[in-house]
Design a protein around this ligand. Structure first.
Ligand SMILES: Cc1cc2nc3c(=O)[nH]c(=O)nc-3n(C[C@H](O)[C@H](O)[C@H](O)COP(=O)(O)OP(=O)(O)OC[C@H]3O[C@@H](n4cnc5c(N)ncnc54)[C@H](O)[C@@H]3O)c2cc1C
Length: 430
């Protein structure tokens, strides 16, 4: 153990320690503090690294249910999400995200040309609160303006958010509470007669240039929330809940091979629906920097492309996936010129609570055992609902705000914000 390991020891005490700095951990921390609890967040890697920074930023309001014609209780829960987010974005919600402007307050849906697109569930959208309305030629977005007769264009009132700006606003909100760690070394449950809660030991690298400059962080927390996405299984084992982590584990991964296109592209935030209820392509146009600047005035735009293309392209090489993406764009948007457009691709797993059939859960999934809760939001959009569950658990388990010692948080090191994966150094454009 290097000498500085002991010298630079940081000791903290709080009500709640959150491990993982994606949307689940950040939103929960903001809400826990609003509720009067002291909290600290430990993030391995920059904030949002993993699923959140890859996310397309769509605040779902139940379009999926409109497509499949269901109006279940899950559909109604989702339908509430856009309003909760919009309240937060307007500074009058559960947390203040007034620094974030959605880059689109609605998105679109278009039917693939030449296909008998099944859009039977449209009527269900009246039963839930996500209006899906057919738009006339005059109201189409630029990218769909030239769609020929037979291509239906619909407007869907689901906002689309710039994820980096969102992460930035959340980081501002929680101030120094997010510490950058190298790893969590131990999570020790309270022993008999030990009222002070769990002990968490983590290490942090104090000098990014020097691998050996490592310090220990020791935290006493009355509760711990594991919000580390795909990292939750290892943490469960570390916390002595290995039973949950062994097969059939409580978590499932659903991998994606996402595509990013860059070039002289029009702004488009939309799903293309074909013969199935799942979108064939989901395209968003994220702003290209943290300022959230709109790209309307730019010659170069970035499209983040998911949907069936990403679900079905897992075995393809980046070059093959880029080629299929080009073909799909030509088939679904033949009126958009792709001259000079270049592509890059990336693999990312969705980490979620396990379902019997391997499909996406309808809700955020949380499991609590003693002073430990593990959580997967299932969707970025569900972060408010996940935080509700966390706060309910804290209260129901008898926690009231207790003694806190967090002055050492000022020392850092503080977690930075993940860059968009396609802006990282060394990305190969095909
Ligand atoms: C390509 C893609 C597109 C998506 N699009 C949308 C969308 O448009 N709308 C929507 O609502 N949802 C979308 N989702 C889903 C959404 O992104 C996820 O549900 C959500 O981001 C999960 O958040 P999280 O905080 O649980 O996990 P993550 O964002 O993965 O965060 C977990 C964090 O924990 C950290 N970590 C891991 N292990 C440890 C450890 N041992 N110690 C400390 N930290 C650790 C990781 O580095 C990571 O930063 C999308 C997902 C993907 C993959």
């Amino acid at each position: 153990v290097p000498a500085e390991f002991d010298l630079m020891r940081t000791r903290l005490q709080c009500d709640l320690a959150i491990i993982g700095g994606g949307i689940a951990g950040l939103w929960s921390l903001a809400r826990a503090r609003e509720a009067g609890f002291s909290a600290v967040l430990l993030a391995k890697g920059p904030l949002g690294a993993g699923q959140t920074i890859w996310s397309q930023g769509i605040i779902h309001g139940g379009l999926k249910y409109a497509l499949s014609g269901q109006a279940t209780s899950a559909a109604r829960a989702i339908a509430e999400m856009p309003a909760r987010w919009l309240n937060a974005l307007q500074g009058r919600g559960e947390i203040d995200l007034s620094a974030v402007r959605p880059y689109a307050d609605h998105q679109h849906l278009w039917t693939a040309p030449g296909l008998a697109a099944r859009f039977a569930g449209l009527a269900a959208s009246h039963a839930i609160r996500t209006p899906v309305a057919k738009v006339g030629k005059a109201d189409r977005p630029e990218a769909l303006a030239e769609a020929p007769f037979g291509v239906g264009v619909y407007r869907v009132d689901e906002p689309v958010l710039p994820v980096r700006t969102l992460l930035d606003a959340l980081a501002q909100l929680i101030g120094p509470a997010a510490l950058a760690i190298r790893s969590v070394e131990a999570i020790t449950p309270p022993g008999a007669g030990d009222a002070d809660g769990l002990r968490i030991e983590a290490t942090t690298q104090t000098d990014p240039e020097n691998e050996a400059a490592v310090a220990a962080i020791k935290i006493r927390a009355r509760r711990v929330l594991l919000a580390a996405g795909a990292g939750n299984l290892d943490l469960l084992a570390l916390a002595g809940h290995g039973g949950l982590a062994r097969p059939p584990a409580v978590m499932q991964r659903r991998p994606l091979h996402m595509v990013v296109a860059r070039g002289a592209l029009p702004v488009l935030n939309a799903h293309c629906v074909g013969a199935s209820a799942k979108p064939r392509l989901t395209i968003t146009t994220p702003p290209d920097d943290a300022s959230g600047e709109d790209q309307r005035t730019r010659h170069q735009r970035t499209w983040l492309i998911g949907g069936q293309l990403a679900e079905e392209g897992l075995q393809r090489s980046p070059a093959q996936q880029a080629q299929v993406a080009r073909q799909e764009l030509e088939a679904c948007l033949p009126w958009v010129k792709l001259d000079g457009v270049r592509f890059t691709t990336g693999h990312v797993d969705r980490a979620e609570g396990r379902t019997a059939d391997g499909q996406k859960p309808d809700w955020p999934v949380t499991l609590a055992e003693g002073p430990v809760m593990v959580a997967w939001p299932t969707k970025l959009a569900f972060a408010p609902l996940l935080a509700d569950k966390v706060i309910e658990w804290l209260r129901a388990s008898g926690l009231s705000p207790g003694q806190a010692e967090l002055s050492a948080l000022e020392l850092g090191p503080h977690a930075s914000i993940a860059p968009y994966p396609w802006d990282e150094a060394g990305v190969a454009w095909l």
